[in-house]
Ligand binder design. Structure first.
Ligand SMILES: Cc1cc2nc3c(=O)[nH]c(=O)nc-3n(C[C@H](O)[C@H](O)[C@H](O)COP(=O)(O)OP(=O)(O)OC[C@H]3O[C@@H](n4cnc5c(N)ncnc54)[C@H](O)[C@@H]3O)c2cc1C
Length: 384
């Protein structure tokens, strides 16, 4: 996003982030601990409810405002991964929930009284082929009984509610593979220990991700969102917002790396001159800036289309692809510019390097985006 958009929001986010410097994140990173104080501060300042309509207690702003918040968080060296989903997971409820469901949950999500930041789609065996999920919700009177397994479900231990995608009709009995999946709103506060087991998965970055095991978990039928069997469509709707917001985080990361490398290249003197005087150091820095700026225009475009209610699946995907590549190039450049110091924990470069690598894999991997562009835009034959 260009710096001109939402200057007051950006300034306020930067001020808040200044209270959570590198030392704060480093300590959490070592323990893989959750940034509770940071998330509480963002919630209190209202930054996580910018997308919730005013009638439900949010600020009713568009996606570009959310993107500005997340970009600034990442540019400041902080990480929005612990709570970004509190911004957009509610979109499934907002777009497809009943009036009663929205009134029951959205105002509390807006204040942060309820955390709705777990989103359960991925399964160990299905991978990216979501139609192959097997977690099953069987209707039993006024409830569903859920059985199955999910993997990489982030923030599950730090969420009161989870948007869960499961099958309600087996794949081979559905009219088409994407039919027969449904979305349930799971109340984690009552589910854990009563049919839901959460196991943390330690990863190369501090992301509070988990594995979930469902064993006859009871979910009230009234927690079905939208129409039974149509859940895949609802989930896809929400993914565009997620991809655009995560692309904005990548732009923020790229800016962080470029800021740090620029300063270091000016300050570090080797062979009697600042390393930045060497074109071998300058050019990767300039290239990172060019890539970040170009990617940022794609994020702006996707975000404007989303706000205008236009179909933006391709643009959201392209924005995520170029932004995640720009942030990764900038990360590598920044580490190289810092030489050995780039590997030292106290510079925060190695931490951010690990963190930004995620976005070429999640929430959707680069190959799958290329496949979408090749087949949907360029008319190439489908390979799967
Ligand atoms: C830290 C972390 C947090 C996450 N959080 C969540 C979450 O909160 N909720 C959730 O539901 N999921 C979450 N995920 C899951 C994430 O969305 C998936 O990991 C991602 O979509 C890739 O799926 P996969 O890991 O199953 O890879 P696979 O589908 O097994 O793919 C492996 C590799 O093969 C490539 N590949 C597969 N098929 C093809 C093909 N046909 N053509 C070319 N290449 C192909 C992929 O691009 C990828 O590089 C998270 C993952 C991580 C690592």
């Amino acid at each position: 996003m260009s710096q001109e958009t939402f200057p007051e929001i950006r300034e306020a986010v930067r001020r808040l982030c200044a209270r959570f410097p590198g030392a704060y994140w480093r300590a959490l990173d070592r323990e893989r601990a959750y940034p509770t104080a940071f998330v509480a501060a963002l919630t209190e300042a209202g930054f996580l409810s910018v997308l919730i309509p005013e009638e439900y207690g949010g600020s009713g702003l568009g996606l570009a405002a959310g993107a500005a918040v997340l970009e600034e968080i990442h540019r400041s060296g902080c990480n929005g991964g612990a709570c970004h989903a509190q911004m957009y997971t509610m979109g499934t409820l907002l777009r497809h929930g009943t009036a009663t469901q929205k009134e029951a949950y959205l105002p509390k999500v807006a204040t942060g009284e309820l955390r709705l930041q777990a989103f359960g789609v991925t399964e160990p065996d299905a991978g990216t082929d979501t139609t192959r999920i097997t977690t099953f919700a069987r209707k039993d009177g006024d409830k569903y009984l859920v059985n199955g397994r999910k993997l990489w479900i982030s923030r599950a231990e730090h969420s009161d509610l989870m948007v869960l995608l499961c099958r309600t009709t087996p794949r081979d009995q559905a009219k088409k593979p994407s039919d027969g999946m449904s979305v349930l709103l799971v109340d984690m506060r009552t589910a854990v220990g009563a049919g839901l087991t959460i196991t943390p998965v330690r990863t190369m970055l501090n992301h509070a991700t988990t594995e979930l095991l469902f064993e006859d978990l009871e979910v009230p039928a009234e927690n079905l969102i939208g129409v039974e069997g149509q859940g895949f469509k609802y989930i896809l709707d929400g993914m565009n917002a997620e991809r655009i917001l995560i692309a904005a985080e990548c732009i923020g990361d790229a800016r962080f790396f470029i800021d740090r490398a620029s300063q270091y290249a000016k300050d570090r003197v080797v062979f009697g001159r600042p390393i930045g005087e060497n074109q071998g150091v300058q050019f990767p820095l300039a290239r990172a800036y060019v890539q970040m700026t170009s990617a940022s225009l794609m994020v702006d475009k996707a975000s404007a289309m989303f706000e205008a209610g236009e179909p933006c699946g391709t643009e959201a995907n392209m924005a995520k692809l170029v932004a995640s590549e720009a942030s990764w190039f900038a990360a590598d450049m920044c580490l190289q510019t810092h030489g050995g110091f780039g590997f030292a924990e106290e510079y925060d470069i190695e931490r951010k390097f690990r963190e930004t690598r995620l976005y070429q894999v999640a929430p959707i991997s680069t190959n799958l985006i290329l496949s979408h562009v090749a087949t949907h835009v360029l008319g190439q034959p489908k390979s799967f």
